[in-house]
Design a protein around this ligand. Structure first.
Ligand code: SF4
Length: 120
């Protein structure tokens, strides 16, 4: 079992960092990660470079549904209405999601706000 740290995020939707080679050719510009770290810990995962113990310590942004609802509300311009990559650096459906159900509730928020996203 990983160590779980619950945190309230100050912001969630952010521009993709194109200085990372893997994101250079991504079609989307915005991303949001509900979790930081991933229990699956795949050996080929680029995101393992983000934190020293990527699969052993999972940070849970416990206010993700409310925060994303607020951020989507503020995105009024066409530029900001672009699809959001939900889980650019972690798996939003990793095992801990069964307990927190944050991804499930964030998806409901996107649906309510008629906002588009990528989730893969
Ligand atoms: S984010 Fe994806 S590739 Fe990386 S460890 Fe999790 S499941 Fe594997």
């Amino acid at each position: 079992m990983p160590l779980v740290i619950e945190k309230k995020a100050r912001n969630l939707i952010h521009p993709i960092d194109r200085t990372w080679e893997i994101f250079r050719f991504c079609p989307h510009r915005l991303a949001a990660n509900i979790y930081l770290g991933c229990e699956f810990g795949c050996s080929y995962c680029f995101a393992r470079a983000i934190t020293p113990d990527y699969s052993g310590v999972i940070t849970v942004r416990i206010n993700a549904p409310e925060k994303i609802a607020t951020e989507l509300q503020k995105m009024k311009s066409l530029r900001h209405r672009q699809p959001v990559d939900l889980g650019s650096a972690t798996d939003p459906y990793q095992p801990i999601e069964k307990h927190y159900e944050l991804t499930r509730n964030v998806l409901k928020t996107f649906l309510r706000k008629n906002a588009r996203l990528y989730c893969y």
